[in-house]
Design a protein around this ligand. Structure first.
Ligand code: PGA
Length: 257
């Protein structure tokens, strides 16, 4: 079954409000209209720029969409510094990255937290992009598949996908921001393990619909190599999404392939 390519830019903690609005404007200007029918393209700025980016999209009548980089699962209350799904939904956020390896390693995010965030997001009509991926040690021990499978099962435990999408992004920790990438064969084998893990939770039919992304040092020169893998349905892009030319170029490489 055909899954629509999904290309997501994760801007991380980069850009003031003004800089993010400018980047969104440049990116949207370069996206080609026909891609609206063949792909979904998402920009994930810092929380402070979500409104600015969604305003650019609305003003330009662009098909691009906006996503957040994290969320907290409670509705409201005494959770200083936290942002709820309802707050994101009000800013036209249709997507939210959860469990990124930087959240896991720097901010103590656990699989159980990721699962709670997924449920809270789905209740508000926001699609979670759940990140998983092994460390260099796990990769070198040849234990990637078992590790990622366990991470998927735990990060989605108890989550009811319902009619909403869920996206899983395979991001080897050692490939993020390093310029190193796994071979497409490795990415494919892990993407297929992810799909089987999803099937064991929600059944085959749902698993065939779930999109699996690859992330980690994606750039124009390699984006289509990953998306040519049968189980890889798009990319999650960090560094290269901070430059409108390189982001749109890597999108073009995927969609023209
Ligand atoms: P990178 O980051 O493209 O800069 O490697 C990817 C990510 O962390 O999502």
């Amino acid at each position: 079954m055909a899954r629509i390519p999904l290309l997501v830019g994760n801007w991380k903690m980069n850009g003031t409000y003004g800089a993010c609005v400018q980047l969104a404007q440049l990116t949207v200007d370069k996206l080609e209209r026909p891609w609206a029918h063949t792909s979904q393209i998402v920009m994930c700025p810092p929380f402070t720029a979500l409104r600015g980016v969604s305003n650019v999209i609305a003003f330009e009548h662009s098909f691009a969409q906006v996503g957040a980089q994290d969320v907290y699962w409670e509705e409201s209350g005494a959770y200083t510094g936290a942002i709820s799904p309802a707050m994101l939904a009000e800013l036209d956020c249709q997507w939210c990255i959860v469990g990124h390896s930087e959240r896991r390693s720097l901010f103590g995010e656990t699989d159980a937290n990721v699962a709670k965030k997924c449920t809270a997001l789905l209740e508000h009509g926001i699609t979670p992009i759940v990140c998983v991926g092994e460390s260099l040690e796990v990769y070198e021990r040849g234990e990637t598949q078992e590790f990622v499978k366990a991470q998927v099962l735990a990060s989605l435990a108890g989550v009811e996908p319902g009619i909403r999408d869920i996206v899983v992004a395979y991001e080897p920790v050692w490939a993020i921001g390093s310029g190193k990438t796994p071979t497409p064969e490795h990415a494919q084998s892990v993407a297929s393990v992810i799909r089987s893990a999803v099937a064991s939770l929600w059944g085959d039919e749902k698993a065939q619909k779930v999109r699996v992304l690859y992330g980690g040092s994606v750039k124009p020169a390699n984006s289509a190599l990953f998306t040519s893998c049968p189980d890889v349905d798009g990319v999650l892009v960090g560094g290269a999404s901070l430059n409108a030319d390189s982001f749109v170029e890597l999108v073009r490489k995927v969609l023209d392939a």
